[in-house]
Design a protein around this ligand. Structure first.
Ligand code: UTP
Length: 319
């Protein structure tokens, strides 16, 4: 772990006590599901239409009022750092041409928030990545947004989670119902009702359980508002599943103490670290874009019709 350094000049105003102001974005995983694309590029930097996935995540944090973002980076730190920094030569060249639209697009990432970076020396697990944020975060609650997990920009999940934290203190996780055959891919929550619509009490958590052992079909997705008490737990827990320091194991301890709530999310979420989901994300967000969508969607319809015809030709009995 190294000391964080800063790529944005303007200092943040002092945070009022107990209010969440800081976001942590872990982006130091190996991204093995996306090899070979992720051999020399972090998966968080893969483009979704024309922005890297991690830019959507930082935009989401900024939209929820979190103006201090700490990136936890790994082997390919440079690409992420450079993306959220100024690019003087490029900016000069675009300014000289009077290309203000592209100039803004190049400048936007560095203007989103005060962005800091710290390196996770070894990818010892998500829990370890979060622990790397301890000194920067201090004794305040903070948000964690996974750098490859996209929530559609039209959703307000993170703001809802921050409100739940303000009302109940403790820790807040985001939960999504998944089909039982997919629960082994996620952390899974045991839940009890809470008095609030769309909110549950989390009574236990288990990382990637088999379908038989899963206490529910509520999957924990990549948004958290964590109480700083999580750091003390992460520091002392042994490696768990896969030999990694698991955030889920620390959350399980907090849940046993009765301090974890879940916000149930049924909106649009994309896991860009998974190849098939990545492709769906690009197609959907491209279709939504006013500048690209109409033409792309027209092409897509034609492509699908042709592809269906091709399939029928190749498998006449299946048609
Ligand atoms: P994943 O389990 O999706 O990341 O972690 P991974 O290990 O890179 O993925 P695969 O399975 O090999 O493809 C969720 C998030 O936690 C970060 C990842 O970068 C991702 O944003 N992470 C994971 C870390 O920052 N450090 C780690 O040690 C592990």
């Amino acid at each position: 772990m190294t000391a964080p350094h800063h790529t944005s000049a303007s200092p943040a105003a002092p945070a009022p006590a107990r209010t969440v102001r800081k976001a942590v974005v872990p982006a130091a995983g190996l991204g093995t599901r996306f090899l070979p694309a992720t051999k020399a590029t972090p998966k968080e930097m893969l483009p979704v239409v024309d922005k890297p996935a991690i830019q959507y995540v930082v935009e989401e944090a900024a939209a929820a009022g979190l103006d201090d973002v700490l990136m936890i980076t790994g082997r390919h730190k440079r690409a992420i750092e450079d993306h959220f920094d100024h690019a003087f030569e490029l900016e000069q060249a675009l300014a000289a041409k009077g290309d203000t639209v592209r100039l803004d697009a190049v400048r936007d990432p560095a203007r989103l928030a005060n962005i800091h970076h710290i390196r996770q020396g070894e990818p010892l697990g998500l829990g370890h990545a979060v622990l790397c944020a301890r000194r920067h975060v201090g004794d305040q609650p903070f948000a964690v947004l996974l750098g490859d997990d996209l929530i559609d920009p039209r959703e307000t999940l993170l703001s809802r989670m921050l409100q739940v934290r303000d009302r109940h203190d403790g820790t807040v996780v985001a939960l999504m119902e998944v089909p039982p055959e997919q629960i082994h891919l996620y952390g899974c929550a045991a839940v009890a009702p809470a008095a609030e619509e769309g909110v549950v009490r989390v009574t236990g958590l288990v990382e990637k359980p088999s379908r038989q052992d899963a206490p529910s079909t509520y999957a924990v997705i990549g948004r958290y508002v964590l109480d700083p008490a999580v750091f003390g737990i992460l520091e002392r827990i042994p490696p768990g599943r896969g030999g990694e320091i698991q955030l889920t194991d620390a959350l399980q301890e907090l849940a046993a103490g009765g301090t974890v709530h879940g916000v149930v999310f049924d909106g649009l979420r994309y896991d860009t670290g998974d190849k098939a989901d990545y492709l769906r994300t690009v197609v959907r967000l491209a279709c939504d874009r006013p500048d690209l969508g109409p033409e792309f969607l027209a092409w897509l319809k034609e492509f699908v019709a042709t592809a269906e015809g091709d399939t029928a030709d190749r498998h006449p009995l299946a048609a």
